[in-house]
Design a protein around this ligand. Structure first.
Ligand code: FAD
Ligand code: EPU
Length: 337
């Protein structure tokens, strides 16, 4: 157990905030011991995976627990499909590569997303036309009150766009220990209809892509516009893409004829990056914080010296200006601590 411990290396924004207590757990037993300590001292808890979707706005006056549970195992269910289970502390992208190496399909569009496997259900991570709900079977969690193991299946997780039960009524009640996915062993479903993937595969000169090719295309696209957190502190998209009623979208089209939107029944999803860029934020820096020059939706710790509060205040200014210009209220995707 460490006291007054710096979380700077444990969040991809690279923000300097301290936890009153910090421990890294490698087994469920160690996790239970840590929970026992937090109960006896009445300490609030903060679970950490890769720290790639949190913004620490102040010191954390409780126990931060980094989940380092490791292990992957594969159950072949038939010639077509396999179930693969990974423990919470496995790095997501390494897990994707492990499956691709074994020619298991279903995760390739989710290549290079930072963070750990155990966190992937929290916001139902998604990219390039796929979300984990598409291949998710279940996850095993520890109920923090009863200290019993429970299994949540697909339906119980209530997955939505960047959403799940773990961000809603289950928030703060469970810690995810392992996740099981159903992957294809052959007859893979190649999902390359997302515009950017089609053109990247063309650039790569590939006509009949394999799952490994799709993964490479996704990696190339991501590297071309998303900053690497090892070089520039960030947490990916800072806001969710807002969904507005079709009628509101049509009104906006009268005023902003180029406004992009992806219709879905009576609603339209609008790229927040476009809204933010239109408000003049793309590449703009205030103090230590900036909106990324290649992707306005990504807020960066431009100098490496930003505080969480500075980043939070910057995001509030973006919310205010998008609200003023378009009447749309952006919602933060990043978990504010
Ligand atoms: P952390 O930041 O460590 O934790 C996130 C939240 O989950 C915190 O509230 C934490 O307390 C809680 N938590 C962590 N582990 C557990 C657990 N085992 N049980 C219960 N609660 C837990 N996301 C996407 O969906 N799609 C993308 O394309 C994408 N691109 C990104 C690109 C970049 C460059 C970056 C930096 C981030 C991107 N993200 C993306 C966001 C991020 O990668 C995901 O949200 C990822 O799942 C976060 O994992 P993590 O382990 O780092 O979570
Ligand atoms: N756009 C702009 N200006 C910008 C950025 C984007 O105009 O500065 C517009 C463009 O019209 C572009 C459109 O936004 O065509 C969409 O941009 P992009 O393909 O980069 O995707 P996104 O909607 O900004 C979402 C996810 C990403 C995910 C990608 C790929 C959210 C909040 N973000 O970004 O997820 O990787 O799609 O599927 O849904 C994350 O959650 O952290 C994340 C990076």
């Amino acid at each position: 157990m460490h006291e007054n411990f710096s979380l700077k290396p444990y969040n991809t924004f690279g923000v300097g905030a301290n936890a009153a207590y910090f421990t890294k757990v490698n087994t469920v037993e160690e996790l239970k011991e840590a929970l026992h300590f937090s109960n006896s001292e009445a300490l609030p808890l903060l679970f950490l995976g890769g720290g790639s979707n949190i913004l620490l706005t102040k010191d954390f006056d409780g126990l931060a627990i980094q989940l380092n549970l490791k292990g992957i195992h594969e159950d072949l269910i038939n010639e077509e499909e396999a179930l693969v289970t990974a423990k919470a502390g496995e790095n997501w992208h390494e897990f994707v590569l492990f499956c691709l190496e074994k020619n298991l399909g279903g995760l390739e569009n989710l290549s290079l997303i930072p963070g750990n496997v155990g966190t992937s259900p929290i916001q139902n991570i998604g990219a390039y036309g796929t979300e984990i709900k598409d291949i998710f079977v279940n996850c095993t969690v520890l109920n923090l009150k009863s200290l019993q193991l429970e299994i949540f299946n697909l339906e119980q997780c209530k997955f939505g766009y960047r959403d799940s039960i773990f961000k809603q009524e289950g928030k703060g009640k469970y810690v995810i220990l392992e996740v099981t996915f159903k992957l294809t062993r052959r007859n893979h479903i190649i999902q390359n209809e997302y515009g950017a993937i089609t053109s990247e595969l063309e650039n790569m000169g590939i006509k009949n892509p394999t799952i490994q090719d799709v993964s490479k295309a996704v990696i190339n696209i991501r590297q071309s516009k998303l900053p690497d957190p090892k070089e520039i502190g960030n947490a990916g998209s800072f806001f969710k893409n807002p969904t507005i009623p079709l009628t509101q979208f049509e009104e906006l089209q009268q005023k902003f004829e180029n406004i992009p939107g992806y219709p879905n029944n009576d609603f339209v999803k609008i790229p927040a990056g476009w809204l933010i860029e239109q408000c003049g934020w793309k590449g703009k820096q205030i103090g230590n914080v900036a909106s990324h020059k290649l992707q306005a939706l990504v807020i960066i710790n431009a100098t490496g010296n930003a505080t969480g509060k500075e980043i939070f205040d910057f995001s509030t200014e973006i919310i205010n200006s998008v609200k003023e210009k378009f009447g749309i209220e952006l919602e933060r995707e990043v978990n504010i601590i």
